[in-house]
Design a protein around this ligand. Sequence first.
Ligand code: ATP
Length: 349
Amino acid sequence: MTQSDYYFKLYKQYPEFTLDVEFQIKPGEFFSLLGPSGCGKTTLLRLVAGLEENPSGSIRINGEELIFVPPAARQIGMVFQDYALFPHLSVVENIAYGLKARRFPGEEIGRKVQKMLELFELSSFKDRTVQQLSGGEKQRVALARSLITEPRILLLDEPFSALDYNLRARLRRELRDYQKRLGFTTIFVTHQQEEALMLSDRMGLMERGRLWQIGTPEELYQHPMNRFVAEFLGEANFIPVVPSGDNKAQLLIGEYRVPYPIPYPNGPMPQVMIRPEDIAVNGAAFPISFSARLVRMDYMGHMRRLEAEANGKRFIIYSHPSHCHQDIGDEVVLGISPERLQWIPDATD
Ligand code: ATP
């Protein structure tokens, strides 16, 4: 493994939990850690920030080893779930806080606070207390307060978890816009796949203290290394692949075999995955097609979510609401393009 500018190898053992991860991020990157509750995301961030006792492993930033450096000397910024702002202090006082604590000269603090107010479009609120701000404005104050100390890396721990859906969606876009414009290196922790897919340059998927796969959102969504990764990032259909007599592959759908026009690969228990949006409901003209019966339809606004059964095997399909005129109980022909089928290389899940 080559050493990049930000390298993390972190290990922590509790009686019933072991965190053991290794990853690198690039300067200016927005890197997300995604995983279910209890997988170790917060423990990992606390290790990076220096808040865990008896750390072990390595944190190297620009060649400097930080694992035993005390938190205050690490120059790492952190924005928590609830932003942890001081509610009775003004916007300016909140933003200035870190520099005051470090005893910067007043004139320099004033200059830097002014710059932050401009960057985060907070000038018109600067004398309000935090209590008098909207959720979006609070987020901007929290970012400004962390970034004013010029941290080498900004850690964000589920900053949107307490907010309603629309506000969360707006704040995510805002955060991403600021991050792109200002280029601060970020580790973002979330258990929401939509958030990680939308925000990240690259992301890592965690389970039970280990990192399964790291890559761009597209890589993880389209080419998951195992079933856990595939299913955590969205709904997925899995189809076993079996050999035919002439060593070609066949898809096993219930007890029926459907030709899959590629040579049968070597390896343990091959299976392919297909996302629900990649299956056509009126698919007779597709290279791979088979009949099925619609057993469930749910209207979701921007799409219809269908379930269809083919020889006892259930498929999930997303269809444009105006493209689906069938009803529950109708026979349909499901169609698949072979290039949309993704091999799942690792059968351990
Ligand atoms: P969530 O999304 O729910 O916040 P998480 O992914 O951030 O979860 P952690 O808070 O890092 O998970 O916890 C990881 C595991 O470590 C959990 O199983 C938790 O019970 C365990 N754990 C955390 N702190 C301690 C501790 N001080 N002593 C013992 N076990 C702990």
